[in-house]
Design a protein. Sequence first.
Length: 276
Amino acid sequence: MAANLKLEHASEWSAVRGFSNLLWKENRAWWGTRRWWVNAILWPVLLGGLVAVMLFVLPGVADPGNDPNVAAAGGPLPFALQMGRTVFFELGTLAVALGVIVLLQDSIVEEKQSGVAEWLLAKPVARRSYVLAKLVASTLAVLTLLVGLPSLVSYLLLSMREGTPFPPLSFLGGLAIMTVHTFFYLTLTLMLGTVFNNRAPILGIALGSILGGTLLGGLIQPLLYVTPWMLGKFASLVAGSEPVPAGLLWAPLSATVVWSAIFLLVALVKFERSEY
């Protein structure tokens, strides 16, 4: 018996042929498995728990008479609010970047090693669609699960402890800087996945940037103006409505955006030239 097949014409732009199908595949990898709910629980609990400790436990042990930092902040409660904000934006920014690297380290490498990438590219799809689909799906998942949910929990905790809504515009300003920092490491990890064929150099370079960046920036201070290494501290200051010299903020922020664009461009060019 002859099969009755009804083919649907694809209306996608030829430059990104296959993007919608590849994006569905990548979204399925995030939202169709336990991966999403594990991260949806882990990150709010991890970052929210650290903020809660600073807000609700620290005031009980802080002694303004013996700790000049407590006295300078205006007492245990203002000091706790300052520490809660600092922990979320400074420590949280680094933690989220580490999470991005761990979650995406094998996003491309594993498919190259298993032959999945070669099989997909044998279909009528554009190579740039493969990279762009991973970028879009990963960005949506990371900003929702690793940034958005912990931010909501931390904002509610800060507002609860302060007794009034925490200034939303200031918090969103700090969150925007945190997002730029996160996107830097997302694009860096994807780019490294197109360049290398195993995880070791990906982890070495990406983790080296996070863990050694601040130390290297302290030794060569001009690097702080062209890297994301100080963005966590700036995010905390902006969220707390504290003054930040415009030159100190916009230079590394703009440089980080430029670096992210370069990483994406390199990933696209490298993957286009790879042999499969």
